[in-house]
Design a binder for this molecule. Structure first.
Ligand SMILES: [Zn+2]
Ligand SMILES: [Zn+2]
Length: 131
């Protein structure tokens, strides 16, 4: 059974009655509900109906979001989670050390992965501990 319940929720079951966790040929944009299978019956899907989750298509990064990581040099998407951007600005000093948030931030076109930044921070800490 494939369709919508009275609350407008999309329900998709395998022909055996189990919940169809994998769908083929569905497209919300085109209004196609597709065919759905449970894990046991997904093998029945026609070869041309490759489940989306088994055919991951790399999503090209839009040019305006494409940048390279300052540390590793690899391409990154500036809209991704955890991407760091170089920002300079004014930070009010706290008595006893530390700072508040940055005021009047100036963002530069410099980017880095979170992991790369974390590695750099860790590297910096190691250097400090040598003194
Ligand atoms: Zn089934
Ligand atoms: Zn990186």
């Amino acid at each position: 059974m494939i369709g919508f319940d009275e609350h407008g929720r999309f329900l998709h079951y395998c022909h055996c009655g189990a919940w169809g966790s994998r769908g083929v040929g569905f497209s919300f944009l085109k209004g196609r509900l597709g065919t759905w299978y449970c894990a046991a019956h997904i093998a029945e899907a026609k070869p041309e109906e490759i489940p989306m989750e088994q055919a991951p298509r790399p999503i090209p990064i839009p040019a305006r979001f494409r940048a390279s990581c300052e540390f590793c040099g690899n391409e990154l998407n500036t809209q991704s989670d955890g991407i760091h951007q170089w920002t300079a600005g004014w930070v009010m000093q706290r008595a006893g050390g530390g700072g508040h948030g940055i005021s009047l931030p100036e963002r530069s076109n410099r980017w880095a992965h979170r992991l790369c930044v974390e590695n750099a921070i860790r590297g910096g800490t190691q250097q400090q501990s040598m003194f």
